[in-house]
Design a protein around this ligand. Structure first.
Ligand SMILES: [Ca+2]
Length: 505
């Protein structure tokens, strides 16, 4: 504005008549400067708006931490001061679900917003299909720097694989095939590296380095930090185990305190980098707990009863969540993708069917009920073993010997192939439709249509442990919810058979 005013004043001080071309020149110059200043103002406003609408995103996920495996959710022994602080200052979900009761499928749901059966990631160790569009790809296209740190478990972490983190939209990554322990060998963008330290802190430190780089570059970032704890085997760092001296589960408890320490380190780093205010930090776990007594429901990891699916979840974002809040809205890991798309105003030209719904109105406190139910479906397909430590040490040895790979089959080069077509009426396995507080289970152990089918209906508000089957006294509700479940399963089978990939994306 200063420049514009100076030129106008300079023009007005002239007391003698100007030749016509001189007047025109001054007027044109003034208009050009005015346009430049207005453009600059608009750009500044846009930048300020960007700071609000383009938060940094940090998605943190534990491995096998159940709903009750935090101090803030009432665990009698665990010390989780940083998660407790997040829960006390951010938005805490009391009914948050993993999309699946085991590792890989839930991680796939986070990246795609879709139920993992849609892309054949039925069980642990199954890859993401490269045809899927991930949140990292969406944010990368929107100008975000993207990084993955820790457990991957969606294909491979070897160079040249279509299903390594780089193939799924991550610019920077330090990743493991699967869960990993202290002093691991990890893949830094395809190169095996041996790193000393506590496993969760290694992932946090790599993310912090990435965050500092992006802050320096003034680039918004997505950091996906997936711990390998508290997955077995349990080996806590001595300082974390020391909190539980003499306790039978000291290593398991210590691993959770270790990951809590890593969460604290990440939060501190964001504050020190002066970006914590406009960073959305979303913490959750990939499946229910290992111990039914603290899983917050019936059964544990591996089951689609509540204990296998309920997980802790907290969103901290001081710029938008200004006061601590607890929500009772039921939500799940497929909701992360549509929530981020809406927040960042990303409207893809084409989007395969989503299972998640945007939780922006939960963040803003205006939604008190999820707009639609959610489906779960354990199709009883086998998992695939991907022992990260063994494989990465073999790759490291091959690398040191000057060879490119120890075992090229670990690139999963056929991940895009749809080898099995499932019948359109396939429904077998254990499925459920959850329309809070009602949850209907459809349990069919065998694959034949004639196999015995059982229905169970629970009212979770009164019966969180799913002990009283109300199917017999609510036949109308069973029929209505059963129809919704059936429609959803039919849609999942269509996706599984590749229907979503016909249209150009
Ligand atoms: Ca897990």
């Amino acid at each position: 504005m200063f420049q514009f005013a100076a030129i106008v004043q300079a023009g007005s001080r002239r007391s003698f008549p100007l030749p016509r071309h001189e007047s025109l020149r001054i007027a044109t110059q003034a208009i050009l400067v005015a346009v430049a200043v207005i453009t600059q103002c608009m750009l500044t406003q846009r930048l300020l708006a960007d700071q609000v609408t383009r938060p940094n995103i940090v998605l943190v996920m534990a491995d096998d931490q159940g709903w009750g495996d935090t101090a803030y959710n009432g665990h009698p022994l665990l010390q989780t001061p940083h998660l407790d602080a997040m829960a006390a200052t951010g938005l805490r979900f009391d009914h948050f679900y993993a999309a699946a009761p085991v590792c890989s499928p839930t991680r796939g749901s986070v990246l795609t917003g879709r139920h993992p059966n849609r892309f054949g990631c039925f069980a642990w160790g199954r890859p993401l299909r490269p045809q899927e569009i991930t949140i990292a790809e969406r944010l990368q296209a929107a100008g975000y720097a993207t990084g993955h740190f820790g457990k991957w478990h969606l294909g491979s972490v070897l160079k040249g694989s279509p299903v390594n983190p780089g193939g799924s939209g991550f610019d920077h990554w330090l990743s493991a095939f699967n869960f990993y322990d202290n002093d691991p060998v990890l893949s830094r963008e395809g190169t095996a590296v041996e790193i000393k330290g506590e496993s969760s802190l290694i992932a946090a430190d790599a993310a912090i380095e990435f965050i500092h780089q992006q802050v320096e570059l003034e680039k918004p970032f997505l950091a996906v930090v997936w711990f390998g704890s508290p997955h077995g085997p349990h080996r806590a760092a001595p300082e974390d185990r020391a909190h539980y001296a003499g306790k039978k589960q000291a290593d398991w408890l210590g691993e959770i305190t270790g990951l809590d320490r890593a969460v604290g380190k990440l939060r501190t780093a964001l504050r020190e980098a002066e970006v914590s205010d406009n960073t959305l930090f979303w913490y959750t776990s990939d499946n229910g707990g290992l111990r039914p007594e603290s899983s917050g429901g019936r059964a544990k990891k591996g089951s689609i009863y509540e204990g296998g699916l309920r997980v802790p979840a907290i969103i901290e974002w001081p710029a938008r969540i200004r006061a601590p809040r607890v929500t009772q809205v039921a939500a799940n890991t497929t909701d992360i993708y549509p929530t981020l798309l809406e927040l960042l105003e990303i409207e893809p030209a084409s989007q395969p069917v989503l299972d998640g719904v945007s939780l922006v109105s939960v963040i803003d406190g205006t939604m008190d009920r999820r707009p639609r139910g959610m489906g779960f479906w354990d199709m009883k397909q086998a998992g695939v073993s991907t022992p990260s430590d063994k494989w990465m040490r073999e790759e490291l040895a091959a690398q040191q010997a000057g060879r490119e790979y120890h075992d090229k089959s670990r690139l999963v080069l056929d991940a895009a192939q749809i080898k099995t077509k499932f019948p359109a009426d396939r429904r077998a396995g254990h499925a459920a439709w959850l329309d809070w507080p009602w949850k209907l289970h459809r349990i069919q152990v065998g694959k034949a249509q004639s196999d015995e089918l059982t229905w169970e209906l629970y009212q979770l508000g009164d019966d969180p442990l799913e002990t009283k089957n109300l199917a017999g006294i609510h036949p109308g509700r069973v029929a209505a919810m059963g129809e919704e479940l059936d429609r959803w399963q039919a849609s999942v089978i269509d996706s599984l058979n590749g229907q979503d990939y016909d249209a150009p994306q």
